[in-house]
Ligand binder design. Structure first.
Ligand SMILES: NC(=O)c1ccc[n+]([C@@H]2O[C@H](COP(=O)([O-])OP(=O)(O)OC[C@H]3O[C@@H](n4cnc5c(N)ncnc54)[C@H](O)[C@@H]3O)[C@@H](O)[C@H]2O)c1
Length: 389
């Protein structure tokens, strides 16, 4: 096989951006095999752009058509796992949009289906391609700041208007979306956070439900994380702040990494603080340290980079930038955050998945049912989709 034939399920906002990118031949090793959407208007749009690409209104028919080698699932998140599992069962490679689904239990089932299939499984964590986050990870994971003590991420530049929330009947409802900012915008950051700092063992969180918008899910959240080694982390996100902030600081025994305004600042102590603490005889200390400032001009390949990495993995067996299996990690943090907010207690990871599923189902059963509002955007990759600092 020289090029994999991709079948896109859900050609809405982000799905149409993937459609336009792959259709224009920008992804080496990947071509458009077919598209699928339950909305006829979306299929009409696809017909207008690439009339030769077969169109389906039922994903099962597309999966068994023999026209595609891989499926990209870009429908609302509560359907990711179910549709991806059907694609694996049909013998296809799969890449899902973030989040992997809305619950750890669904993500776990999907991971098992992926494993059974032996096919390539990717997830669209496009921010993993950003050179700043890659450098931060390299520094932290190689021990460049010693043992992690603390991380603080204020990621409040995910601003959304009421119009955005009203624009799709699935958005910002428990039944249609399964959560708010923690499930829609912040998964990128929750993933990068765990990708750099590892997984916390305990989460305590406070969610601001409909704090800035007329919605029934959270548009504001603060998470306090505790790690195995005693390190702590704070994660603050919101869709209500303007202009908002994107600032990540990770402090360790050997220095710190700060990401802000498109720059990474790495301060490295000449002597580990743990040594200074126990050997220095003065009560205070002016440390000697080196400073590296990394300010890349490019923001990375974002979605196109993830698609390219997926095609390379299928064609050449290379390592994925974002393996689908890892989608479970950030979901474990956001699920634990909800559970903590709902129960008013700290939540250990792994948590009681049955209890979470029960409490979420109750909200999904009794929550708002929206109708009407349908987003009609047809997108291309643009600045809007890049990491904003
Ligand atoms: N990685 C990113 O940067 C990024 C950006 C935006 C959205 N997303 C994710 O992509 C997913 C879709 O978001 P969106 O904003 O494009 O939503 P959207 O509402 O604009 O598009 C979803 C599309 O899926 C279609 N659909 C729904 N159920 C279907 C089914 N069973 N079979 C076929 N088609 C179906 C809808 O008709 C619609 O066209 C979400 O999970 C979201 O979190 C990721």
């Amino acid at each position: 096989m020289e090029r994999i034939r991709l079948g896109i399920v859900g050609v809405g906002g982000i799905g149409s951006a993937h459609f336009n990118c792959v259709g224009s031949g920008k992804i080496a090793g990947m071509t458009l095999g077919a598209v699928c959407d339950i909305d006829p208007e979306r299929l009409e749009y696809c017909k207008g752009v690439y009339p030769g690409v077969p169109r389906f209104s039922d994903c099962g028919e597309m999966f068994s058509s023999g026209l595609i080698d891989a499926a990209l699932v870009s429908v609302p998140h509560p359907h990711h796992a179910e549709i991806a599992e059907r694609a694996f069962a049909a013998g296809l490679h799969v890449i899902v949009e973030k989040p992997e689904d809305i619950s750890v239990s669904a993500a776990r089932r999907l991971n098992e289906a992926a494993k059974r299939s032996g096919k390539v499984f990717g997830i669209m964590f496009n921010q993993r391609t950003d050179p700043i986050f890659r450098r931060a990870r390299e520094i932290v994971r190689s021990g460049g700041i010693g043992e992690i003590k603390r991380s603080v991420w204020i990621i409040t530049n995910w601003y959304r208007t009421q119009h955005y929330y009203d624009s799709g009947d699935w958005r910002a409802t428990w039944s249609g979306e399964g959560g708010g900012v923690l499930l829609n915008q912040a998964p990128h950051n929750l993933d990068i956070w765990q990708w750099i700092c590892g997984m916390p063992k305990r989460i305590t969180a406070f969610c601001g439900v409909g704090k800035w918008h007329d919605i029934e899910v959270e548009d504001d959240a603060t998470i306090f994380a505790e790690y195995e080694n005693g390190a702590t982390g704070v994660f603050v996100t919101s869709t209500g702040d303007l202009p908002g902030t994107n600032r990540l600081e990770i402090t360790g025994s050997l220095g710190s990494v700060t990401v802000e305004q498109g720059r990474l600042i790495y301060k490295k102590l000449l002597t580990d603080e743990r040594v200074i603490r126990t050997t220095e005889t003065r009560p205070w200390f002016e440390p000697e340290y080196t400073t590296e400032i990394f300010e890349p001009k490019e923001r990375g390949e974002a979605h196109a980079g993830i698609l390219r990495s997926f095609a390379d993995a299928v064609l050449h067996g290379s390592e994925l930038i974002a393996p689908g299996y890892e989608g479970l990690n950030e979901l474990a943090i956001s699920n634990a955050a909800y559970l903590s907010d709902w129960t008013g207690k700290g939540v250990e990871i792994p948590f009681d998945e049955e209890l979470f599923d029960e409490m979420l189902s109750e909200r999904r059963r009794s929550g708002r049912k929206k109708s009407g509002g349908k987003q009609q955007t047809h997108e291309s990759y643009s600045e809007r989709w890049n990491v904003r600092f």
